[in-house]
Every structure is written in C-alpha cells, then in structure tokens.
Write a protein that binds this ligand. Structure first.
Ligand code: GRG
Ligand code: ZN
Length: 316
C-alpha cells in the first residue's frame, strides 16, 4: 500500500492552531490536563524542528501560573497539584532550557512527600498508587538531579514487585501487564540503573507479540492496535535492546496511515479523529524508528536526545 510520507508542515500547523484555539470542543476536553497537552504539543514541534514557532516566554509564564507553593503543578491554572502535571511542567521547562527558574527544592520535596513506606508513589494527596507515578517521580527527580530526595532502593523494589510471570508489569502488584505500565517501569528502572531486574528475552517476546497484521501495535493481547503504543511498546523494546524483534517498516507505515493528510494531526488508528496525544506518540514513534529528518528522542526521558544531553552534560 502507498502511504506516502510524514506531513511535517501540516502537523506543525495543527499543533499551533490547537494552542491558539482554546475554546473549541477538543480544547475543552483537554482543560484539566492542559499542561500535559503543552508537553505533547511542544515536544512534537521540537522533534519536527519547529519549537521556534511558539512564544517561549508566554508558555513559561502560563506554566508558572499552574505552580503551587507546596511544590507541585496542576493540569491548568487553578487546578490541584498532581505528579503527572509536575513531570509535564519540568519536561517542558527542560525542552525550553529554563530549568533554572524552578524552585528545585520545593518541587523535589513535593515529590518526596508522595512516596509511601513500601517505596510506591501516590499521584497526589488523595492517595491513588500506580507505577505511572513511580515513573513520574523518578524521571522528574532525575531531570532535577534530586533523586537523593527519595528512597530509590525502595522505589525500585516496589516496581519490581509489580512484575508478572509473563515478564511484563502492571499498575500495582498482581495487576495485569499493560504496555503503558511496562514503559513506566522499564524507563524508571533504566533511569535508576536497575535493568538487571528485567528478563529482557521474556519481556521482549511479550512486547514484540503486540505487533498485529496491519503493522500497528496493541497494548495487551487481543486488543486493537493504537498509534500511542508505538511509543509505549517501542520505547520499552529499545531500552531492553530488542527492537529488531518487530517489523519497523510495517509499523512506520501504520503510523503514516493514521495521518490526516488534509488538516494535519495523527489519530489512534486509520480514519479516526486526530488529537494532540496521538500526534505526539505517532511522531515520537517515527523518531524512535529513525524516520528521516526527525530529531532523535530519548526512550526513557521522553525528551529529545539533545535536550537530555544538555541537561546532563551542561558545563557549569
Ligand atoms: C512522559 C511519555 C510520558 C508519560 C508520563 C502518564 C504516563 C507517564 C504514563 C501512562 C502510561 C499508560 C498507562 C499508558 C496507557 C494509556 C492507554 C492507551 C490506556 C488505554 O488502556 P485501555 O485498556 O485500552 O483502555 P486498550 O488499548 O487496552 O484497549
Ligand atoms: Zn491511544
């Protein structure tokens, strides 16, 4: 099948228009997680070499309005703080090379306050526990060079307690393996240098079985393929060095086939409605597949490789 190429200019326009059109339905549906939306949109623009098309100062001052004195960020102005949006805020500031404006002590104390006795993390003061939040904590603190604020050993042993017999990971101990949770656990283990806890062949086998006939990936056995798993599955396969176990060409064609070639944006599967979430995961997935002309993205930090290098190799 002829699927054509990546419609870079149209996707850039789609994201910029979304940012400007704050009152349409899609924007309202995004209201409570706008900070994550900003991370998806801006990271996509950067992978497409177009981060310069937005006003950085405007983004930064809006993000800082989502910050709370307790140290955490809400998903939008006036919304309660949550670890998900705290990570998004820190990721966007890393992208814009403005980490230094943050109160690193307060943010890292907020994250540390969410760690439980067993090493797990809750997402906010209401106490829901999930390995997604372990990833957010570890990724965020690593970017802020403040992992010493938490008990890393216990955080790792909690993640390992969520490992299943099939080699995958779930959201809590005993919960079913799901590609989204596997990304969170594998990336957190990679960042903390703890991948020895992973059976790479067993997990690689489970992950590569996610590819279906259309070339797309699903998130669990018997489920439909979805462009976002191009990120959750592929990043995990790359981290454990088993990406050659899937058909990369077929996956790239599946993603390209989910583009709205007229108005830009990428959907979860062919002919569905596009959104910024799947546009990000489609473009990030193509970057992981080394599609020509895209910035490389780091599979654990979910930020462009040049941004991660700047964070860790910046000379003072
Ligand atoms: C910085 C990339 C990045 C992530 C931040 C939010 C987060 C940390 C991780 C989320 C991981 C996760 C659980 C992803 C899965 C999202 C998803 C598509 C859920 C849908 O699950 P189902 O079971 O759908 O409703 P399926 O595809 O199984 O039918
Ligand atoms: Zn999806």
């Amino acid at each position: 099948m002829e699927v054509g190429s990546l419609e870079v200019e149209k996707h850039v326009k789609f994201i910029i228009t979304l940012e400007k059109n704050k009152d349409n339905f899609d924007s309202l549906a995004m209201e409570h997680l706008r900070l994550s939306g900003a991370y998806w949109g801006l990271t996509t623009l950067d992978i497409l070499h177009n981060l310069g098309t937005v006003d950085h100062d405007e983004v930064i001052s809006w993000i800082m309005e989502c910050w709370h004195e307790c140290g955490g960020f809400g998903g939008n102005i006036g919304h309660d703080p949550h670890i998900l949006y705290t990570l998004s805020a820190v990721q966007v500031l890393a992208l814009l090379d403005k980490i230094e404006i943050l109160d690193i002590d307060k943010i890292s104390s907020y994250i540390a306050s969410l760690q439980k006795e067993d090493g797990s993390f809750s997402g906010d003061i209401w106490g829901e526990i999930d390995t997604r939040f372990s990833y957010c904590a570890i990724c965020c603190l690593s970017i802020l060079r403040s992992l010493d604020k938490i008990n890393v050993e216990k955080a790792v042993s909690y993640i390992v307690s969520c490992k299943n017999m099939d080699g995958g990971f779930g959201c809590t101990p005993g919960a079913e393996s799901h590609a989204g949770q596997i990304f969170c656990c594998i990336a957190a283990l990679a960042i903390t240098g703890s991948l020895t806890h992973v059976d790479k062949d067993l997990l690689g086998w489970w992950l590569c079985e996610r590819q279906v006939d259309s070339g797309g990936l699903n998130g669990r056995p018997e489920k439909l393929p979805d462009v976002c798993y191009s990120w959750w599955v592929l990043s995990s396969l790359i981290i454990i060095d088993r990406v050659h176990w899937i058909d990369k060409n077929k996956l790239a064609n599946f993603i390209l086939n989910c583009q709205d070639k007229e108005n830009g944006g990428i959907s979860d599967r062919p002919d569905d409605a596009v959104d910024v979430f799947h546009t990000y995961f489609g473009v990030a997935g193509l970057s992981l597949l080394e599609y020509p002309g895209l910035k490389a993205i780091d599979p654990a930090y979910a930020l462009p490789v040049d941004v991660v290098n700047r964070l860790f190799f910046k000379t003072a």
